[in-house]
Design a protein around this ligand. Structure first.
Ligand SMILES: CC/C=C/CC(=O)SCCNC(=O)CCNC(=O)[C@H](O)C(C)(C)COP(=O)(O)OP(=O)(O)OC[C@H]1O[C@@H](n2cnc3c(N)ncnc32)[C@H](O)[C@@H]1OP(=O)(O)O
Length: 719
C-alpha cells in the first residue's frame, strides 16, 4: 500500500498505492509508517519524497472505513512524526491532495504541485473537519482568513491558487516526482525548523473576533442547520488563540462530536449515493459499465423558453454544437439574446471564452436533418409534443436520438409516434437548466441500452448528476412531490399558514418551503395539470368547491388561489405577496390569511394549533412513503437514486441525506406507526397508507438502507 524505492542513491521515494484515489486506508497508513521508519533509519537516505500512484497524490482518508471500527495506525501521530523527522520530506502532488491527503502534504517540509493538481480540505462536505492537524497547520501556513474560507467551504483550489496562497512551494508542468526528488536533494543541507508548521505562530489579524463572528453569521445563514462549518470555525479559533498542543486537542474534541453525528453519516451517504446513481442496470442485464454510449457532437433544442435556453447553454458550454429552434421570429430573437447573454456570463464566471460559434438559431425543423441528438423542450402538452416527435421522426437521420424534456408525460407514448422507439428517451432537466445539477434520464420500455448509456453520458458531460429512472407519471421527483405538497395544503385547511409550514421546512434545512417553491415554479403549472386530469374545471361550483374528488380527499385552496390570478412570483402574488411581478422577496399576504379563514368557516373547520413535528412528519413521511412505492414499482432502482434526485432537484438538505435516508434515520417503525396513525385520521388520503415495501422492511427488522435492495429484488423493474 506504500512502495519504497531508493532513487538517486540517497532519496527514499514512497509511493502510495491504493487505487483509485490512494485514500489513506489502514493498510496505507501502515505502509507509510513502515516506509517512513525505513527511510529515517537508513543512513544512505538523506531525503524523502512522498507521491501517489496513477497520477493522484491522495484523496484523503478512506471514507468507507468511517462506518466501521478504527483499525491500523491513527493518522494524527503518524503525521506528527513525519513532520518531526530530521530528514527533509517533500510531497510530490499530482492529481489531488484532498482532506487527509493535504494534511499529509502539510506535514511534509516542502510541497511541489503539478500545474493540473487540485488541493483542498473538503471534510466539511462530509460533515467533519480536518482532524489530522489541518485546522491547526493551514492557518499557520496561510493565515486565518484564507484558511477559514478553505476549511469552512471545503473548496478545492488549483495549484496556481495554492502557490499564491503559500500552500505549495513550487508548481511544475513537468514530472512532479522527478522535480520533487531534485528539490529534496537541494533541501538536504537546509534547516528544517522553519518548515515544521506546527512550530510556527499563527499570523493573527487584529480584528480576529469580528472576523470569526462575521464568518459564523454568514455560515448560519447559508448552512441551513449544518454543524460541521461552525465546528470548523471553532477549530480555527483554537489555532489562533492556543498553542499547537492545545489547539490539536480542541480539533480532536470537535471532530469526536461531528464524527458520531447523524449529519456526518448523512453526508457520507450522499457522497457514495451520488457516485452510485450513475450505475444503472436493465432487467435485460445491460448496464452502465458494459454499454458503450454514442458520441454526441451536435444537438438540437426545440423551444427557447426557460428550459430550452438553459439546455442550449449547458450543451454549448461543454463544446457541443447546438441548433436552437423556435416557431416564431420574435421568440427566436428573444431566445437568441437570452442564450448568448447567459453563455457570456457563464464563460466570464469560469474564466473561459464563450463558445458562441457553436450556436445556431433557426425557425425551421428542416435544419435538424443531420444532428446526432434532439432535445424537445416545447410547452408541456402531449398533443403538441407528439406532433413534434412525429415530424422529427420524418426529418432526422434514422440514427438521431430523440429526447424529451417533459417533466412527467409518458415518454413511451412519444416513442410510439416515431419510427425509432428504441432511440427515444426522456431527459428531464430542472429549471434553470444551466444551473441545476440534476438530470432525470427517463427510460421508456423501448429505450435501448445504448440510448440510455448515451443520455447518461451526455448528462455527465454536461456536468449534471444523472439518474436513470423508469417511465411513469411525474417520474420520480414530481411523482413524489404530489403527496408532499398535498399534505401541506391539507395542513392549511386544518389551521396552518403557508409561512408557518415553509418556516418549519426551511428550519429542517430545505432550500425553500413548499409554498415559496410553488410561487417560484408558478402555480398555474399544477393548476393546468389538475384541469387536464379532470380534477378541476368549469363544472366545479366556485362557491362551494367539493373537498372530495375522484374518490379521495381534495383540497381546492390551490385552485382558488389561481382563480384570483395569483400564479406566484411572476404575477407578484401567489401564496405570498411580492414587491412587483418577478419579485423574489416573499411577504405573508393578509388576503391569503383571509381566504383561509373564509374557507375554514365555510366548511365548518375549526382551526387547530399544528405543531412543527406534525408538519415535518406528515410532509416528509408522505414523501418517503411515495418513495417506497416508487421502489416497489421499479421506477427507481435504489433508495440512493431517490435521495440524489431530492437533493439536487428539490433542495432537500444534504445533511439529512434525502427522504429515504431520513426515513431510515428516524426509524422505519416510527415512520410506519406515524403513517398508520395519520392514515387512520385521513382514510380518504391514499398517499398516507403505508406502502407494502415499508411494511415488509419493518417486518424484516428494518435493515439498513444499503440492504433495502435485497428486499426489492423480486419486484418488477421498469429500468
Ligand atoms: C482523521 C482523519 C480524517 C481525515 C478526513 C478525510 O480525509 S475525509 C476525506 C476527504 N477527501 C475527500 O472528501 C475526497 C473525496 N473524493 C473526491 O472528491 C473525488 O473522489 C476525487 C478524489 C476528486 C476524484 O474524483 P473522480 O471524479 O475522479 O472520481 P470519483 O469521485 O468517481 O471516485 C472514484 C472512486 O473512488 C472512490 N473514492 C474517492 N475518494 C474516496 C475516499 N476518500 N475514500 C474512499 N473512496 C473514495 C469513489 O467512491 C469512487 O468509487 P467507485 O466505487 O468507483 O464509485
Amino acid at each position: 500500500m506504500a512502495r519504497y524505492e531508493l532513487v538517486k542513491r540517497s532519496v527514499a521515494l514512497i509511493t502510495l498505492t491504493n487505487p483509485p484515489v490512494n485514500s489513506l486506508s489502514s493498510a496505507v497508513r501502515h505502509g507509510i509508517a513502515k516506509t517512513m521508519d525505513r527511510a529515517l533509519s537508513d543512513p544512505k537516505v538523506t531525503a524523502v519524497v512522498i507521491c501517489g500512484e496513477n497520477g493522484r497524490f491522495c484523496g484523503g482518508a478512506d471514507i468507507r472505513e468511517f462506518a466501521g471500527p478504527m483499525r491500523g495506525p491513527p493518522l494524527l501521530p503518524l503525521l506528527d512524526s513525519i513532520e518531526a523527522g530530521e530528514k527533509p520530506v517533500v510531497a510530490a502532488i499530482e492529481g489531488v491532495a484532498l482532506g487527509g491527503g493535504l494534511e499529509l502534504a502539510l506535514v511534509c517540509h516542502y510541497r511541489i504541485a503539478h500545474s493540473k493538481a487540485r488541493l483542498g480540505l473538503p471534510e466539511v462536505t462530509l460533515g467533519l473537519l480536518p482532524a489530522a492537524g489541518g485546522t491547526q497547520r493551514l492557518p499557520r501556513l496561510i493565515g486565518i482568513p484564507a484558511a477559514l474560507e478553505l476549511i469552512t467551504t471545503g473548496r478545492h483550489v488549483s495549484s496556481q491558487e495554492a502557490l499564491k496562497l503559500g500552500i505549495v512551494d513550487q508548481v511544475t508542468e513537468q514530472n512532479v516526482c522527478e522535480v520533487a526528488v531534485e528539490f529534496a536533494l537541494r533541501a538536504v543541507a537546509k534547516p528544517l525548523s522553519s518548515r515544521r508548521l506546527s512550530a510556527l505562530t499563527v499570523p493573527c489579524p487584529p480584528d480576529l473576533d469580528a472576523l470569526l463572528e462575521a464568518v459564523t453569521m454568514q455560515i448560519q445563514k447559508k448552512a441551513r442547520g449544518m454543524m460541521a462549518p461552525l465546528a470548523c470555525v471553532q477549530a480555527v479559533r483554537a489555532a489562533a488563540t492556543m498553542p499547537y498542543s492545545q489547539g490539536i486537542k480542541r480539533e480532536s474534541e470537535l471532530m469526536a462530536t461531528l464524527f458520531n453525528s447523524g449529519q456526518a453519516r448523512a453526508l457520507q451517504y450522499c457522497f457514495f449515493a451520488e457516485r452510485t446513481a450513475g450505475k444503472w442496470t436493465l432487467p435485460s442485464g445491460a448496464q452502465w459499465n458494459d454499454t458503450k454510449p454514442r458520441e454526441i457532437r451536435s444537438a438540437a433544442v426545440i423551444g427557447l423558453g426557460t428550459m430550452g435556453r438553459g439546455i442550449a447553454v449547458s450543451l454549448a458550454r461543454v463544446g457541443i454544437s447546438v441548433i436552437a429552434v423556435e416557431s416564431d421570429k420574435k421568440l427566436m430573437e428573444t431566445g437568441r439574446q437570452m442564450v448568448i447573454g447567459m453563455l457570456e456570463r457563464d464563460a466570464k464566471r469560469r474564466g473561459v471564452s464563450a463558445s458562441l460559434n457553436l450556436l445556431k438559431f433557426t425557425l425551421s425543423l428542416q435544419d435538424l436533418k443531420d444532428v446526432d441528438l434532439v432535445i424537445e423542450a416545447v410547452f408541456e402538452d402531449m398533443a403538441l409534443k407528439k406532433r413534434v416527435f412525429q415530424e422529427l421522426s420524418k426529418l432526422c437521420r434514422p440514427t438521431t436520438l430523440l429526447c424529451s424534456n417533459t417533466s412527467g408525460l409518458d415518454v413511451d407514448a412519444l416513442a410510439g409516434v416515431t419510427d425509432r422507439p428504441q432511440l427515444v428517451i426522456g431527459m428531464h432537466f430542472f429549471s434553470p437548466a444551466h444551473v441545476m445539477k440534476l438530470l432525470e434520464v427517463v427510460c421508456g420500455p423501448r429505450s435501448s441500452s445504448e440510448t440510455i448509456a448515451t443520455a447518461m453520458s451526455l448528462g455527465k458531460r454536461m456536468e449534471k448528476v444523472s439518474v436513470a429512472v423508469g417511465n411513469c407519471p411525474g417520474f420520480v421527483g414530481n411523482r413524489m412531490l404530489k403527496p408532499y405538497s398535498d399534505q401541506a395544503t391539507f395542513l392549511l385547511e386544518e389551521g396552518a399558514t403557508p409561512e408557518q409550514i415553509d418556516k418549519v421546512l426551511e428550519d429542517f434545512g430545505f432550500a425553500m418551503g413548499v409554498f415559496r417553491m410553488s410561487d417560484l415554479a408558478g402555480l398555474d403549472v399544477g393548476w393546468r395539470v389538475r384541469k387536464e386530469s379532470g380534477l378541476t374545471g368549469p363544472d366545479v361550483d366556485p362557491k362551494n368547491p367539493p373537498r372530495r374528488r375522484q374518490g379521495r380527499k381534495y383540497c381546492p385552496i390551490p385552485d382558488m388561489v389561481c382563480e384570483q390570478g395569483r400564479f406566484g412570483q411572476k404575477t407578484g402574488r401567489g401564496w405570498y405577496m411580492y414587491d412587483k411581478p418577478g419579485g423574489t422577496n416573499a411577504k405573508p399576504d393578509p388576503l391569503i390569511q383571509n381566504l383561509l379563514e373564509t374557507y375554514r368557516s365555510r366548511y365548518g373547520i375549526k382551526p387547530r394549533n399544528i405543531t412543527d413535528q406534525e408538519i415535518i412528519d406528515r410532509c416528509l413521511f408522505a414523501l418517503a412513503n411515495e418513495g417506497f412505492r416508487i421502489l416497489e414499482d421499479g421506477i427507481a432502482a435504489r433508495p440512493e437514486d431517490i435521495d440524489v434526485i431530492y437533493q439536487f432537484g428539490y433542495g432537500f438538505p444534504r445533511h439529512r441525506g434525502g427522504p429515504m435516508f431520513y426515513a431510515s434515520m428516524v426509524g422505519l417503525e416510527r415512520v410506519l406507526e406515524r403513517l398508520e396513525h395519520y392514515h387512520q385520521a385521513h382514510p380518504d388520503v391514499p398517499h398516507l397508507e403505508p406502502s407494502p415495501l415499508l411494511k415488509k422492511l419493518v417486518a424484516c427488522g428494518s435493515p439498513p438502507i444499503q440492504k433495502w435492495r435485497e428486499h426489492i429484488k423480486t419486484m418488477h423493474s421498469h429500468l
